[in-house]
Design a protein around this ligand. Structure first.
Ligand code: PMP
Ligand code: GLN
Length: 384
């Protein structure tokens, strides 16, 4: 194997590993977060129309104007400002590329970056590629709240950025007004920027999604990232975007132009149509996910898990102590081998794996029959 030293420590993504295991065991995959139904017809039709003609060459590097305008129309009111499509919006290959472009384009080697853990798995890798020094702030069960003292201690004069994922994968937290205000206060005090990953912004059950970019004094120092995949059940399309003031957009674009240069044209036109969906689209999305959440939560509790109810996202964390396995990896192996259900071991989302060892993450972006089948299978798990 020849892998550069920068990347060698990170191995294969847990999502690849667990989906492969699901296929090998013909198991129900509640691991990797992708819906098991097709995306909306009106969005696919718009992409298909674009495929029919006239859009086969490179689009502009930072996105087709139709899509940037649709992004501005949807997000402007949420931020309480008019967004400039030529200097404040960049279309990327999913939020994954938007994250990479933000880290590589805005962070210098040696800069410190505050990372809330459990983290999305690409953050530490991107930070390593950027040469940044991570400072971790840990969320712990049962509430997964930000510890104020820990967050304050993580910031200092070398802090360049904080990465904030809300609604949060894997805990399902929506950070509260107080938590967001604390992060904003520290960014202002230490002249740091916030890179916010809001890909689950529309999948919320309890409470409100609070945007750092819309928080007092934060527009000028916030990069807001999101994507099409979760809201429109089109995770394979890989269209994302970065919204940021011009001075931060400059850094993101400096990296984006040499990472991918641009994003495939037909899916950009489809995405523009998606973002023009009526409000009912979003309320139906939430109500459908609410039923799935209730179903899985009740099922897992009955089986004997300690469930930590998510306020948003399509993930659910649970404690597996009742089943007598030494840690999360052992539990996930036992789960697939004995009952044919795949979940994610959350220790991979912590810099000290022991912090996630008592937990397991289930995805509920699956049809209700699949979730019911998974719960029935898990009823056979032995306790103790
Ligand atoms: N951030 C988080 C928190 C995620 O869960 C995901 C989903 N894979 C991503 C970013 C990546 O999003 P995309 O598929 O748009 O690249
Ligand atoms: N975001 C998805 C999850 O957390 C997976 C993304 C991926 O496969 N890279 O399950």
């Amino acid at each position: 194997m020849s892998v550069a030293d920068r990347l060698a420590p990170f191995g294969t993504s847990i999502f690849t590993d667990m989906t492969r295991l699901a296929i090998e065991h013909d198991a129900i995959n509640l691991g990797q977060g992708f819906p098991d139904w097709d995306g909306p017809g009106f969005v696919k039709l718009a992409a298909a129309r674009s495929l029919e003609g006239g859009h086969d060459q490179y689009p502009p590097s930072h996105g087709v104007p139709e899509l940037r305008e649709a992004i501005a129309a949807r997000y402007g009111p949420l931020f309480g400002r008019d967004l400039d499509v030529s200097t404040e919006i960049t279309v990327t290959a999913g939020c994954t590329e938007a994250l990479a472009a933000s880290f590589l384009g805005l962070i210098d080697p040696g800069d410190e970056v505050v990372v809330i853990e459990p983290f999305y798995d690409s953050y530490p890798v991107n930070l390593a590629l950027a040469g940044a020094v991570p400072r971790y702030v840990t969320l712990r069960p049962p509430l997964f709240e930000i510890d104020e003292a820990e967050m304050r201690a993580a910031f200092n004069d070398r802090t360049r950025a904080v990465v904030v994922n809300t609604p949060h994968n894997p805990t399902g937290r929506l950070f509260s007004a107080e938590e967001v205000a604390l992060i904003a206060e520290l960014c202002r005090r230490y002249d740091a920027i916030a890179i916010t990953d809001e890909v689950y912004e529309e999948i919320i059950f309890d409470g409100e999604h609070r945007r750092l970019a819309a928080t007092e004094g934060m527009w000028d120092r916030t990069v807001t990232l999101s994507s099409l995949g979760k809201t429109f059940s089109l995770t394979g399309w890989k269209v994302g975007w970065a919204i940021a003031p011009p001075h931060l957009t400059a850094g993101i674009r400096a990296a984006h132009q040499f990472l991918t240069f641009t994003t495939p044209t037909p899916v950009q036109f489809g995405t523009a149509e998606a973002l023009r969906a009526p409000d009912t689209f979003y309320s139906e999305l939430r109500s459908s996910y609410r039923s799935k959440r209730e179903l899985l939560m009740a099922g897992l509790e009955e089986v004997g898990f300690e469930v930590y109810p998510p306020q948003g996202t399509y993930f659910m964390m649970a404690g597996h102590a009742a089943f007598g396995q030494p840690d999360d990896r052992a539990f996930c192996r036992y789960l697939v081998e004995t009952v044919g259900v795949v979940a994610i071991p959350p220790s991979v989302f912590y810099h000290r794996p022991e912090d996630g060892a008592s937990l397991v993450r289930f995805a509920f972006c699956k049809d209700e029959a699949t979730l019911t089948d998974a719960v029935q299978r898990m009823q056979k798990l032995a306790k103790g």
